[in-house]
Ligand binder design. Structure first.
Ligand SMILES: Cc1cc2nc3c(=O)[nH]c(=O)nc-3n(C[C@H](O)[C@H](O)[C@H](O)COP(=O)(O)OP(=O)(O)OC[C@H]3O[C@@H](n4cnc5c(N)ncnc54)[C@H](O)[C@@H]3O)c2cc1C
Ligand code: HEM
Length: 426
């Protein structure tokens, strides 16, 4: 809860902070990375920094949190906090680092807003920052404790590549197990791990990859799409894994994290809610994990599987996608391809069109793919009567809706989960 005095000051200064957020963000990161170059080399995603995609997320989410505090003081935006805390914990972020970020963020605010930052304004925003930071630290402490992990570099451990499978021209699966011989930690379908690799220039960059494989099995797998450069360079970590990761190699891998997991109402044994899983491109990975787990547990509820890809040959995990769905007693599968191939008569051509499919009342939908795909599918689902809170999604990159100070994104729809996927996923 923000004190009344700070709430009035924050409300009055939110428009100025919102308008200056790009400048504040730029100064903040410049200052942070000048003082701590190791953070850009070994912790932050330097591709996102160079492309500018993550830059707005951190400061933007504080402005969004502030807007939430003044508009709805009795509610905590738990969905937003959980999303960030899971990402942070997968990176091993430690409480002391919040002091470092605070120092550089407030120096940037003072520099950009100048005299407008009176002692009262600084104190009010300080209160916002520490309310948010302390909430994140508390959730992250719980996530670490649940996994028996301490914050910091030990949050990622050595895992060995025990098998590598070429799925498509651009997607490879890596089967992994902890190098110290301990069983892999349990995970829930839809969760991801952070994976750190040492690149040619010595930087140790980290990216997230969705897990598949059964939670009780002694191996985990990730399926990685090689990101080919278009306007920018080739993706650093995905290209490195494709070019260099071989059987016997070690990768540094975090415990599993992520809040895109199946709702209890879907998993309910007696009256399972209808489920719709819609993916595009490499967004297939969490969906296959969910289907595998549902098939293994004898799930009996109605499941609709929707996937969009360039062609059957580009559709990673296509055989598993179909086979796990076929193992369910009440599942319907619809694959859409831009370029269909002969020999797949059941497939559809063109873009996903849910108007052609019955969407049962009470459906919970899980989406993963490029943002335009997810926005399109979400609009089609809402038009068919699916509740906004029952649409959960994952973005394979920084979730910029989360960072939006407006209430039109997930912040305003607190029950909507989002994990955003890179726009090159399909
Ligand atoms: C929760 C989650 C789950 C995920 N699951 C999966 C998964 O199962 N499988 C999977 O393949 N991916 C997954 N991802 C995505 C993955 O984490 C990486 O984002 C992806 O592999 C790309 O990383 P990269 O290092 O190869 O590319 P990066 O080096 O991070 O580059 C990303 C993009 O930024 C561009 N870029 C880089 N530098 C510049 C520059 N200077 N100027 C302009 N543009 C630039 C690149 O051209 C590229 O298009 C997931 C992401 C999240 C958040
Ligand atoms: C109150 C303080 C903080 C806030 C509000 C915040 C907010 C965020 C947000 C919104 C994201 C993006 C989440 C997503 O992927 O969707 C993020 C990611 C991240 N945060 Fe924080 N953060 C805070 C503190 C910190 C600290 C102290 C560190 C460590 C120095 C840190 C390091 C990171 C890193 C490395 C990422 C991933 C970036 C990337 O992949 O490019 N954050 N944070």
């Amino acid at each position: 809860m923000l004190s009344d005095r700070s709430a009035a000051t924050v409300r009055a200064t939110l428009p100025a902070v919102g308008a200056a957020i790009e400048n504040i963000t730029a100064r903040f990161y410049d200052g942070l990375f000048a003082a701590h170059p190791e953070l850009l080399r070994d912790l932050f995603n330097r591709g996102n920094q160079a492309a500018g995609t993550q830059r707005r997320a951190l400061a933007g989410s504080i402005a969004a949190f502030a807007a939430h505090l003044v508009d709805r003081p009795d509610e905590r935006p738990d969905a937003m906090l959980a999303r960030i805390a899971h990402k942070h914990a997968s990176l091993g972020i430690a409480p002391a680092q919040y002091e470092t970020v605070h120092r550089h963020l407030f120096a940037a605010i003072a520099e950009v807003l100048g005299d407008a930052v009176t002692p009262a304004v600084a104190a009010a925003w300080d209160e916002v920052y520490w309310l948010m930071a302390n909430a994140l630290v508390a959730i992250e402490a719980r996530l670490y404790a649940e996994r028996g992990i301490t914050a910091g570099p030990d949050a990622l451990r050595a895992w060995e590549v025990v098998e590598r499978i070429e799925e498509t021209a651009d997607v490879a699966t890596f089967r992994l197990r902890p190098a110290d011989g301990t069983p892999p930690p349990a995970f829930r379908a839809g969760q991801y791990v952070s994976v750190q690799v040492e690149l040619a220039d010595g930087a140790r960059q980290i990216r997230q990859y969705s897990l598949s494989g059964l939670p009780g099995a002694d191996l985990r797998q990730i399926s990685v799409k090689r990101v080919r450069g278009g306007a920018g360079p080739d993706g650093e970590v995905s290209a490195h894994l494709h070019a260099h990761a071989r059987v016997g190699d070690l990768l540094r891998v975090s415990a599993p994290y992520g809040d895109l997991v199946l709702d209890e109402r879907v998993l309910d044994d007696r009256t399972p809610a209808p489920l719709l899983l819609a993916s595009a491109g490499i967004g297939v990975t969490p969906m296959v994990a969910m289907l595998e787990q549902l098939a293994a547990t004898g799930h009996r509820g109605p499941v609709t599987v929707v996937h969009a890809d360039r062609s059957p040959a580009d559709h990673a995990l296509r055989a598993e996608h179909r086979a796990y769905a076929a193992a369910l007693p009440d599942a319907d599968v619809h694959f859409w391809y831009e370029r269909p191939e002969p020999g797949h008569p059941a497939d559809r051509t063109g873009r996903v069109d849910l108007a052609a499919l019955p969407v049962a009342p009470g459906t919970h939908a899980y989406l993963c793919g490029p943002l335009p795909f997810m926005k399109g599918v979400r609009a089609q689902l809402l038009a068919q009567g699916v509740a906004p809170a029952a649409v959960h999604y994952e973005v394979f990159g920084p979730d910029l809706w989360l960072a939006s100070p407006s209430s039109s994104g997930p912040v305003g729809e607190a029950t909507m989960s989002s994990t955003v996927t890179g726009s090159r996923a399909a």
